[in-house]
Design a binder for this molecule. Structure first.
Ligand code: APR
Length: 248
């Protein structure tokens, strides 16, 4: 892949890089995105029926089962070359921060270290009353499992629509975006806030913006370098071109 020389020059000099990822990064692992016209989950299911506190109050079993179904799907897949390329990038850059909207845990499984999970992690479960986490829960198919401490209903440790993001992770994500020299937006439609505002925070602080996405997004007109393709193909080539070739 022929990378613009200017981007190679910028990346080889950069000591602070922030990367924001979305569902598109896990698409080549076999996980569906949310808004892809054909296969997006939200084309088949209504987020307001499944991914909100009201939905859980209305029909906790329906919500629990939907996340249990997604959890089973995630257990059947593995990180792809895009995830692993970001692990390599992290090894090359002291100031590297991976900010993800994904709840699938594939970045961590690939070996990424400095990860901020803005929307939580579907593999974690906590009590909807006392907030306590639990490692194991019965798979009683009749009702939603209950918390061993307070008998509250268990729920996935993800951020539902209308809920606030984890404060510490968000503060660290904003800080990493404001202080990076290069900001990558990869596999995200860039429409869900506050994650979608991070690229603009980076831009307002003079960072170079790079987008990797087969489709154009609202961010595309504002980026310095746009790669219209799959992250599992572009990221390994980019990491190889910038850091492997230049280090030999
Ligand atoms: N490589 C890179 N990008 C891809 C690929 C791929 N192989 N396949 C699809 N994409 C792009 C799509 O073009 C789309 O722009 O990934 C993007 C996925 O967008 P969404 O489905 O909207 O997912 P995301 O941006 O992560 O959604 C944000 O919304 O539903 C909530 O909480 C959920 O975290 C999620 C948030």
């Amino acid at each position: 892949m022929d990378l613009p020389f200017e981007l190679i020059r910028i990346l080889t000099k950069a000591n602070r890089i922030a990367v924001l990822t979305g569902a598109g990064v896990s698409q080549e692992s076999g996980l569906r995105t949310f808004r892809d016209a054909q296969s997006g989950l939200w084309t088949q299911y209504k987020p307001e029926d499944l991914a909100s506190p009201d939905a859980f109050a209305r029909d906790p079993k329906l919500v629990w089962d939907w996340y249990a179904w997604r959890r089973e799907a995630i257990k059947c897949v593995r990180p792809n070359a895009g995830h692993y390329a970001l692990v390599e990038m992290e090894k090359k850059i002291d100031g590297f921060t991976l900010i993800t909207q994904n709840v699938d845990g594939l970045h961590r499984m690939a070996g990424s270290k400095n990860i901020l999970e803005l929307h939580g992690n579907i593999l974690r479960v906590r009590c909807s009353e006392c907030g306590g986490f639990t490692e194991s829960w019965g798979d009683d198919t009749e009702s939603v499992p209950l918390c061993g401490k307070c008998n509250g209903k268990l729920r996935p440790d993800v951020v539902w629509f209308g809920e606030s993001l984890p404060r510490e992770e968000l503060e660290m994500a904003v800080n990493a975006s404001r202080t990076c020299r290069v900001f990558f937006s990869i596999g995200t439609s860039g429409i869900v806030q506050p994650a979608a505002a991070l690229a603009h925070a980076a831009r307002n602080n003079g960072a170079v913006l790079v987008e990797i996405n087969p489709e154009t997004t609202p961010l595309t007109p504002k980026v310095d370098f746009a790669f219209h393709g799959k992250s599992g193909e572009i990221l390994p080539a980019l990491v190889n071109e910038v850091w492997q070739k230049t280090s030999t």
